[in-house]
Structure formats: structure tokens, C-alpha cells
Design a protein around this ligand. Structure first.
Ligand code: TYD
Ligand code: MG
Length: 432
């Protein structure tokens, strides 16, 4: 039996982050530029806004099994190699399990100290002795403060533990990374209730069938929230994807029917993705619409515009839309590509494979302007596209090089210019 003293701390004390302080005039506050250090994983640094800020508390949320622990272990190893001692407290896995994972990731583990401990007071005591340059707590739902009566994972525990870590991080000027699980429904005791406490919130997302993972920043006190990091889960851990467009287009067939490439923005980053559509005669009951990777409401709107403004008879057609690579397109700039893909499939004519399309579709069938067209065009040009259908109203802001912007004002015009007529396609088609 080992006696362990537990310091009595009242909940009242726990909830205060700032020490006793006096009001200070803003003009007199010294502005210290916070130096951030890169973490050795470029995609993570990018999302953090350049790197880790000393004293910051970063929450990484995501569904169980998405790869949070893997990412953090890789980060820990990078910093242990390049910076100093790293402490990794895990309440989820045993030391043995972490060792096996580290082996798989090819991590030697020098200067990386593991703590299989869930009592946050003891963790902090250890940290005071270790003096690490980075602390990782995996996960915040598995640790507890003994003074608080509820069990670990309960709202009060999770919140007080986060506040305790926040205070420690600020005191020691050491960055702390914590993970938190969210379920599909966004469980109550999950990271959502912590978002206002921590400095930075990153969400790790991905489709379960795809190996690609997006790391998105939803709150960042030290940088922009417009950034995404793209990773691929491989058998030796997470690999950075620095040329995502190329990967998402790799399996594209030339001049295939119902396939259009569009330039979508993930944060501030342009990404070329392929939108596919398949229309087929409804064999039974009401026509069905299926949207994978695009908003269902958007698909209904576009189908209605195609029916009413262009006279396509879609009312007896099932429509399936799919965005390849498991990407979710959240912006209306992909509308024109979706519409073209549907028209292409319906009319059984391909879209020129060197052409891409960017534009929002309005209810009158007009093509509306989209933000950051220039960025999208340069990404398209970089990947070898020669032409891009763009909203006419955006033309005056466009100075693209290496790609020819084709202005269109209506969806009707876009379909006329975008679809390759049968005679102009490959000759083999005609010979068949
Ligand atoms: P993990 O980091 O444990 O997820 P989280 O901490 O978010 O719950 O990742 C778990 C998944 O990642 C697991 O299903 C297996 C997969 N994986 C790989 O495919 N390759 C690897 O090298 C590792 C370590 C995990
Ligand atoms: Mg984990």
C-alpha cells in the first residue's frame, strides 16, 4: 500500500484561470509576438496557423477510430526528436499497446515519456518533474480530478479537467494537446462543451470507407480557421497528402459520360474533385435522388432548374450524384459541375476532359459568381486543365494564366458549351 496525498482544491478555485489581477489599460499591455514552432508535420502546422504556440491548449476532436491517437503519437515523436522531452498521457491504451503502435509507425521513442495514468493531479505532478516541451492527453474524457465527484467523461469532469490543463499550460508556457471523442450525434460530454475553453479546436474527419482524413480548424485564437490538412491513413500511420487534387483525379477516365471536375475550396485551399452523375429511367414508383458528397437540397434545386429552365425531362429519372474520394462539397460553387454532370448523363454526351466548371446556379437558371475564382483557376491550370466555364459576372476579376476562362451567364449556355457533341467525340464511338 502506498499512501497518496490528495491536495484539497475547491471547485471554485478550479474554475478560475487568471490569477488575481488588476485592470490594465489596453494601450499599456505589452504586445509580445507569440513565436510558434513548427511541429514537423507540415499539414498539422498549416492547420495550427504555422505551428504550436507555447502555452496554448489545442483540442483535437473526432469520431473514435478516425486516427487522433495516431496523429498525436506521430507529432509527439517529431517533437521529441527535434525539440525536447514530450509527455504523452494515455487513459485509453496501455503502455504495451502504445509501444506496438509506435513500432508500427517506426517511432523509436527516445525522449518520449508515456504516462498510463488517468488521475489528472498525478499527471500534473509528473509533468512538474519531467518539464516536457509538449504535453499530450489522450483523451480528455478518460482523465479525472479526484476532488470532483462525477465519473470521468461526465460533463463536469471533462470541463474542470480542461480548465485545469489550460491553467497549467498558461503557467508553464507549454503547449498541451488533448483529444476528445465525438459521436455521430455530437454527444453531450464530447468536445463541443470545451470549444469555448480551449485556444484552438481542430476536427479530424473522414469517411469510414475512405483512407483520406481532413483536419479542419473550427476555432483558432492564433490563426485563421480557413485551413485544412489532408492526410491518408496508411499501414504505417498517417501520411501527409501535399498534392490532393492529383490523387482525387487519379482514377478519372477521359471523356467519360456524367463526369465533371470542379475546383472547390477547402478553407482557403483549392481542391480539384470529380463529380459524377448517373441518370436512369425510374423503373418503379417515384423517381429517386441520391446525393453522396453534395447537399441533397442542392441536388433537388439543380434538378428542378434543369427541368424547368432547360427542359430536361428528369421527372421520370432516378438521379445519383457521387463525389469521388469521399470528399464532401459544402459550397454552391460546385453547382454548375453537378448540373453539367446530370445533363451529360441524361444526354449521353461526355464533357470535354480538359474542361472544368465553377459557378453557382440560381433558380432562374443563371450562373452566379463565386469567391476566389482566381485561386481555383490556377489550381485547375496546375493540373493541366485547358478551359474552365466560369460565371460571366466574375470575368472582370480574372487574370488567369495557363487556362482559358469561358464566360457563361446561364446554365443553358454552360450545357451547350460544356457537352461535347457526338460527332466531335472520338471516331471509335461512331464506328461502333
Ligand atoms: P486511432 O489513432 O487509434 O484513432 P482514435 O485515436 O481517433 O480513436 O486510429 C485507429 C485506426 O487507424 C485503426 O482503425 C487502425 C488505423 N490505423 C492504420 O490504418 N494504420 C496505422 O498505422 C495505425 C497506427 C492505425
Ligand atoms: Mg485514440
Amino acid at each position: 500500500m502506498v499512501e497518496q496525498a490528495i491536495k484539497p482544491i475547491t471547485t471554485n478555485q478550479l474554475s478560475t484561470i487568471a490569477p488575481l489581477s488588476v485592470p490594465m489599460e489596453l494601450a499599456c499591455v505589452e504586445a509580445v509576438a507569440e513565436a510558434c514552432w513548427p511541429v514537423g508535420i507540415a499539414e498539422l502546422s498549416r492547420v495550427l496557423g504555422g505551428g504550436l504556440i507555447p502555452g496554448s491548449l489545442v483540442l483535437i476532436g473526432g469520431e473514435p477510430g478516425i486516427g487522433k491517437s495516431t496523429l498525436l503519437l506521430q507529432t509527439a515523436s517529431q517533437l521529441a526528436q527535434n525539440r525536447g522531452v514530450v509527455a504523452y498521457a494515455s487513459g485509453e491504451e496501455t503502455l504495451h499497446q502504445i509501444r506496438i503502435r509506435a513500432k508500427r509507425l517506426g517511432i523509436s521513442g527516445e525522449r518520449l515519456y508515456l504516462l498510463a495514468e488517468t488521475n489528472l493531479e498525478s499527471i500534473i505532478e509528473h509533468l512538474e518533474r519531467l518539464k516536457p516541451c509538449l504535453v499530450i492527453v489522450d483523451s480528455i474524457q478518460s482523465v479525472f480530478l479526484p476532488e470532483i465527484e462525477s465519473s470521468s467523461g461526465a460533463i463536469t469532469q471533462v470541463r474542470e479537467c480542461t480548465i485545469r490543463l489550460m491553467r497549467w499550460a498558461k503557467q508553464m508556457q507549454t503547449p498541451v494537446l488533448i483529444t476528445g471523442h465525438v459521436t455521430k450525434e455530437g454527444a453531450i460530454a464530447g468536445p463541443r462543451i470545451l470549444e469555448h475553453i480551449v485556444d484552438t479546436v481542430l476536427y479530424f474527419e473522414g469517411e469510414f470507407f475512405s483512407s483520406y482524413r481532413l483536419l479542419r480548424s473550427v476555432k483558432n485564437r492564433f490563426g485563421s480557421t480557413n485551413e485544412v490538412g489532408i492526410f491518408e491513413m496508411k499501414d504505417k500511420g498517417l501520411a501527409e497528402v501535399d498534392n490532393p487534387s492529383q490523387i482525387f483525379l487519379a482514377q478519372r477516365m477521359e471523356d467519360s459520360i456524367g463526369s465533371v471536375v470542379t475546383a472547390t475550396l477547402e478553407g482557403s485551399r483549392p481542391l480539384m474533385v470529380e463529380v459524377q452523375a448517373l441518370t436512369s429511367l425510374t423503373s418503379f414508383g417515384l423517381p429517386r435522388r441520391t446525393a453522396n458528397g453534395v447537399d441533397f437540397g442542392r441536388l433537388l434545386l439543380i434538378a428542378a432548374v434543369l427541368t424547368r429552365r432547360l427542359g430536361l425531362k428528369l421527372s421520370n429519372q432516378d438521379i445519383i450524384i457521387n463525389v469521388t474520394g469521399g470528399i464532401q462539397i459544402k459550397e454552391p460553387a460546385a453547382d454548375m459541375a453537378i448540373a453539367l454532370a446530370i445533363a451529360s448523363s441524361y444526354k449521353d454526351k461526355p464533357v470535354n476532359h480538359e474542361m472544368t466548371a465553377v459557378g453557382e446556379v440560381g433558380l432562374s437558371g443563371e450562373i452566379r459568381t463565386v469567391p476566389q475564382l482566381e485561386r481555383r483557376l490556377s489550381e485547375a491550370a496546375r493540373l493541366g486543365f485547358k478551359k474552365c466555364l466560369v460565371p460571366r459576372s466574375s470575368m472582370k476579376n480574372v487574370h488567369a494564366s495557363g487556362i482559358e476562362p469561358i464566360p457563361v451567364s446561364t446554365l443553358r449556355e454552360a450545357v451547350l458549351l460544356g457537352l461535347v457533341s457526338k460527332a466531335a467525340t472520338t471516331e471509335t464511338d461512331d464506328m461502333e
